[in-house]
Design a protein around this ligand. Structure first.
Ligand code: BGC
Length: 439
């Protein structure tokens, strides 16, 4: 009898161990950061003193951020929801125009506010990643010519100096500038974002000045942390990385075009700023398929909808393999990498969940293939103000009812909490990708 019982127990233990293995197929490295991202103007509301606010109110038919998600007032409850989702990191941005609404006028209320924000994250065991420039600028700075002005890196450095003194004890992760190339092109080349210019020279100038500003900020942040004997900071940028595909693989022109495009989108900012990066933040949304249709109109890429490919509600192709490709491509810089944004605008929850699982799975494969990826931040925590597109696109893991400001967890949020809490893509999640595994 005794032998029989022992046998049963050992068999049960064996099955349990098997099950455990089965359920934790894709284990992420220890201390991996699972987070979400937001930016100040997109969630806070009432950012009266920046250029976006001025632009939104400059013409009748422009989308307005107004109260946005009222996150400025509700951050405490919102962070409580992050904790429920087992998050151990969160990316925010600070709003320069709140600190410095007029040139050289420093607002102590903003300091108090963001200190409370960072403290609240810390209390909950959530590591903050702080972006300093996320597309918006104080209105006074724009009146001086904005980033076209030769002195713009200087203005920015003054701000960074004061900012880091005030907040540096509460964070070690600093992202100086979010997507410098996107900002330069959307605002100065394509004429879509304020100040809506369409000028190659201005675009180049702005991009150069952002690079200069980053370099200065990098050294200021390091020096300040050293001076006050705070923990060594990690300073970087978030680059809008793009994966490319060519229909004509063996044609010289296509090959050359893609080399140049890859360099421009994914590497040029690093070329301009040299060794002033402690990590690379990667925002990944875009897979571009190269086919030169019209030379005259410079239409280089085929749109996903023209080929009936799967896409988000804003027309961006769903292509999970692309995140693997960009991580492997950016690996050449030999720096730790964090996916600081990745997500989909959709009102279809099974699509969002499939998106999340499939992209996280590719991040896992990139780590297995040697990419030093240390965190993943879903864009976005909440539905929010999607710039010129307004509130229509729904990027959030949490749905926001803008009338009542009520937040509700979406299905993908539940799956993301399971991933974060297990630090693993569980076997059962593969069901979303069509595998027939039992839960
Ligand atoms: C930006 C976000 C934006 C997201 C989705 C990123 O390029 O950093 O501000 O909301 O893409 O468009």
């Amino acid at each position: 009898m005794g032998v029989f019982r022992k046998d049963i127990f050992s068999r049960v233990a064996k099955i349990r161990a098997e099950k455990l293995k089965h359920h934790q197929t894709m284990q992420f490295p220890k201390n991996f950061f699972w987070g979400t991202s937001t930016s100040a103007h997109q969630v806070e509301g009432d950012n009266y003193y920046n250029d976006w606010w001025a632009w939104e109110h400059g013409k009748k038919n422009r989308r307005r951020s107004l109260k946005a998600c009222d996150h400025y007032e509700r951050f405490e409850e919102d962070f409580g929801l992050l904790k429920k989702m087992h998050q151990n990191a969160h990316r925010i941005s600070v709003e320069w125009s709140r600190f410095e609404p007029e040139e050289d006028v420093w607002n102590p209320e903003a300091v108090k506010h963001y200190r409370r924000v960072l403290e609240s994250l810390k209390e909950k065991g959530i590591t903050p990643f702080v972006t300093i420039h996320h597309f918006t600028n104080p209105q006074w700075f724009m009146e001086k010519g904005g980033w076209e002005n030769r002195k713009s890196p200087e203005y920015f450095s003054h701000f960074v100096e004061r900012l880091v003194k005030e907040l540096g004890d509460l964070t070690t992760f600093w992202i100086t500038i979010n997507e410098p190339l996107v900002y330069s092109t959307m605002s100065y080349l394509f004429g879509i974002w304020p100040p809506q210019k369409k000028n190659y020279i201005s675009t180049y100038r702005v991009y150069r000045n952002l690079a200069r500003a980053h370099k200065r900020a990098y050294s200021i942040i390091h020096k300040t942390h050293e001076k006050y004997r705070w923990k060594k900071p990690n300073v970087g940028i978030s680059v809008n990385s793009v994966s490319f595909y060519s229909y004509k693989k063996h044609e010289f022109f296509s090959w050359l075009f893609l080399r140049v495009a890859d360099w421009l989108w994914n590497h040029s900012f690093f070329a301009l700023t040299g060794k002033t990066h402690d990590f690379i933040g990667i925002n990944y949304y875009f897979h571009y398929r190269f086919k030169l249709n019209h030379f005259r109109t410079l239409q280089f890429f085929v749109e996903a909808r023209h080929e009936h490919r799967e896409m988000s509600s804003v027309g961006w192709e769903v292509y999970p393999q692309g995140i693997f490709d960009v991580l492997m491509d950016l690996k050449r810089h030999n720096l730790p990498m964090y996916v600081t944004e990745n997500g989909i605008a959709s009102r279809n929850e099974s699509k969002r969940t499939r998106y999340l699982v499939s992209y996280v799975k590719e991040v896992y494969h990139a780590i297995q293939a040697g990419a030093d990826v240390r965190g993943y931040f879903y864009w976005s925590f909440l539905d929010n103000f999607e710039w010129e597109k307004g509130f229509r696109p729904r990027f959030g893991l949490l749905d926001v009812n803008y009338k009542t400001q009520k937040r509700s967890f979406r299905h993908a949020a539940r799956i993301y909490s399971e991933i974060a809490s297990a630090n693993s893509l569980l076997h059962k999640h593969l069901r979303y990708l069509g595998h027939s595994v039992s839960p």
